[in-house]
Design a protein around this ligand. Structure first.
Ligand code: ATP
Ligand code: MG
Length: 391
């Protein structure tokens, strides 16, 4: 039993989620708002989702008893991070609907399998080579340099990635990564980056959010903008079609985000996918009639998926732990939220993490407003208040 049941799971029942991070927290909020009870499995006593869920099962992701308890209390189960062990999803799926299914998550967990899937769907990705053995390392073509060596598994926010310009640097980087399976990608001349969130039901019905324009800094998402005209319409349509075919090809059930590069010649290249709501879709909480988290609830519960409508232009700023350490301060101090909240169209989301650390995602701030100019002016004013680099 891998997919949501034919009859919808209605509010009043319990929805479960593997993982207690901020994505789980926003899923829990969306589910609770609709009248569901929630259960979170996460070992951390202070996990952002565990703190707000009706039930928090505090065990390891592979703990058989913890998983049995999650399955017992939940009518259906989803996941909020892609590195949830396949074995855990398989145990849950033996007795409960699980969406997305373990097979789709397994593809997203592995850059090599992910790229093979993109290619199968006819969506071009960066020229690349899988490096699992010294022979494969030796066989790498010079045309892939300069490139980025990425671990095949367990990378996020630019972690597990090394930029390499020469064969020597490549060999050194692979050694430094302890020769784990990797993918070497050619470094592409990026003009921009964008992403698309889709939700697909067990019946194959699919809806999507508008294309999101993303700015990364040091491998971490910094700013997302969504409004008419972030991309030429034909390019936006191409990204949506590519995302739909990637979801379709996986027989996917749930929310899926696909990230793309737009090259300097205007062409579109797929980067990677996340089998869950995505940081670049957080703006939908405040600027859409149906958010990516409500879509996750609906897809999991087998409820109708309706095409979300953006009712405002939006700009989202990620709030990393760095903001708690202004001008090289040694101890953390809270940013001036009152000044931020004085700006019109500000929607502040903090994830309830007690300890701020550089690079840690502490929250996000979305601006909405009557037009793009107003939204941008307020977002830039917030950057100024917070000490964030303008975009
Ligand atoms: P995420 O947090 O999105 O999971 P990640 O650690 O999986 O991140 P990627 O999305 O692979 O990392 O890369 C992070 C960023 O590095 C990209 O958004 C892009 O800005 C840059 N980047 C990655 N691969 C390439 C490439 N082949 N050419 C140019 N820039 C790249
Ligand atoms: Mg990425």
């Amino acid at each position: 039993m891998n997919h949501p049941p034919k009859r919808p799971i209605l509010p009043g029942q319990t929805l479960g989620v593997m993982g207690g991070g901020q994505l789980g927290r926003m899923f829990v909020h969306a589910a609770q708002r609709m009248g569901y009870f929630t259960a979170v499995l996460d070992p951390d006593a202070a996990s952002p989702a565990g703190l707000v869920s009706h039930t928090h099962i505090r065990t390891d992701y592979l703990d058989a008893q913890g998983l049995a308890e999650l399955a017992r209390v939940s009518a259906a189960i989803t996941t909020e991070f892609e590195n949830v062990p396949a074995q855990a999803l398989a145990q849950l799926a033996a007795t409960r609907p699980v969406a997305p299914g373990g097979d789709a998550v397994a593809v997203a967990q592995d850059r090599a399998r992910e790229k093979a899937h993109f290619t199968r769907c006819g969506v071009p990705c960066a020229p690349n080579a899988v490096i699992e053995t010294p022979a494969q390392l030796a066989a790498v073509g010079n045309d892939l340099l300069p490139g980025i060596l990425k671990t095949a598994r367990l990378g996020y926010d630019g972690k597990g990635q090394v930029r390499v310009a020469t064969r020597e640097a490549l060999a050194q980087a692979w050694n430094d990564l302890r020769q784990v399976p990797c993918v070497l990608e050619k470094m592409l001349p990026l003009a921009a980056e964008c992403s698309v969130v889709v939700a697909r039901g067990a019946d194959g019905q699919m809806v999507h959010l508008p294309v999101q324009l993303n700015l990364h800094r040091e491998g971490i998402l910094a700013v997302t903008e969504v409004h008419q005209g972030v991309l030429p319409p034909a390019r936006a349509q191409q990204a949506i079609e590519a995302t739909r075919s990637i979801a379709q090809g996986l027989g996917y059930v749930g929310v899926l985000c696909v990230e793309f590069f737009i090259l300097q010649d205007g062409s579109l290249v797929v980067n990677e996918m996340a089998p869950r709501p995505h940081n670049s879709g957080h703006w939908s909480l405040d600027a859409c009639d149906v958010s990516q988290f409500e879509l996750q609830v609906r897809a999991l519960a087998g409820l109708p998926l309706v095409q979300p409508r953006a009712h405002s232009p939006a700009i989202m700023l990620n709030l990393l732990g760095d903001l708690w350490f202004r001008e090289g301060a040694k101890t953390a101090s809270e940013p001036d939220w009152a000044a931020v909240l004085a700006l019109s169209g500000a929607h502040l989301h903090l994830y309830g993490k007690t300890e701020a650390r550089p690079g840690r995602k502490m929250g996000h701030l979305t601006f909405t407003g009557p037009d793009v100019a107003a939204v941008r002016a307020n977002a830039l004013a917030a950057c100024d208040v917070l000490g964030l680099a303008p975009f």
